[in-house]
Ligand binder design. Structure first.
Ligand code: BT5
Length: 249
């Protein structure tokens, strides 16, 4: 059944009860020349994560993709993943859920020593090196979803599970999009906002990259989104796109 979204958002919103993937739909819209569009769905039947992993998207979530055409070089596009993480963290905290960010693309809730995944973000883009043609930022929020219906190897959680009651998805999505819209206009400010909510900084981490494993202390994040790691043999800088897996150690 259609959710009464009635969003007053800074984007035009295309709503679907069910769709294979909002990112795939947004890419199609990009190919047709659209911009400033949000594709929003109650359920996805073919949701995707990074590296073509499955993203489980049952009814009750906030599965959305923002399509826009920023005037930035391709190499700056990762900053929009950070912007999305900050925006969704702020919206979750306003909804009473103490979310924080794990580099590069997860928003989590800590429980004792453990971390449970609340949100995943997938940014896709196309264009020339000196200017992107379009960016699609896909944000998957386990909103009013029972974590038991999500793959348990990911140790998932949801807004409703954390709150003990459902969240108003319209309000939540509206706040998320307002925050994202403000941040995407000032990419230079995003990194500082990100640091405020990051769990990763100060941790000892192990990062799998195509070039091998990097182990050390995560000390900072650099514009547009690379992680700075102090290892025994010196400083390593890992771009978000090169991170296959990050584990606290
Ligand atoms: C991500 O990938 O975290 C990015 C997910 C992006 C999803 C959004 S939803 C709207 C838009 N449309 C799409 O088709 N995608 C975007 P990654 O870091 O690769 O994490 C994927 C892994 O998370 C999977 O291998 C599972 O282990 C786990 N997982 C799958 N579904 C989950 C869920 N709903 N909640 C928590 N963890 C999940």
């Amino acid at each position: 059944s259609a959710v009464e979204y009635g969003l007053d958002a800074p984007f035009s919103v295309e709503y679907h009860d069910s769709i294979p993937s909002t990112n795939a739909r947004a890419r199609d819209l990009a190919a047709d020349g659209a911009s400033g569009t949000v594709v929003l769905a109650d359920e996805q039947t073919g949701g995707r994560g990074r590296l073509d992993r499955d993203w489980s998207s049952p009814s009750g979530g906030v599965w959305l993709s923002v399509l826009f055409r920023p005037d930035v070089p391709m190499a700056h596009a990762p900053v929009f993943t950070l912007a999305a993480a900050v925006a969704v963290t702020r919206a979750a905290r306003e909804a009473g859920v103490e979310a924080s960010i794990k580099w590069p693309n997860d928003v989590l809730v800590r429980h004792g020593d453990g971390e449970r995944k609340l949100v995943g973000i997938l940014t896709e883009m196309e264009g020339e090196a000196d200017r992107v043609s379009w960016v699609v930022v896909g944000i998957g929020v386990n909103a009013n979803v029972d974590p038991a219906d999500l793959p348990d190897e990911a140790d998932p959680t949801s807004l409703s599970a954390e709150r003990g009651e459902p969240v108003d998805r319209r309000l939540f999505t509206q706040r998320l999009l307002e925050e994202f819209d403000a941040l995407r206009q000032d990419p230079a400010d995003v990194v500082e906002a990100w640091r405020e909510y990051a769990t990763t900084l100060g941790q000892r981490v192990r990062v799998e990259t195509p070039g091998g494993t990097i182990e050390g202390e995560a000390v900072d994040i650099q514009f547009p989104g690379a992680l700075v790691i102090e290892t025994e043999s010196g400083t390593e800088i890992v771009s978000a796109g090169d991170c296959e897996h990050l584990r606290p150690i």
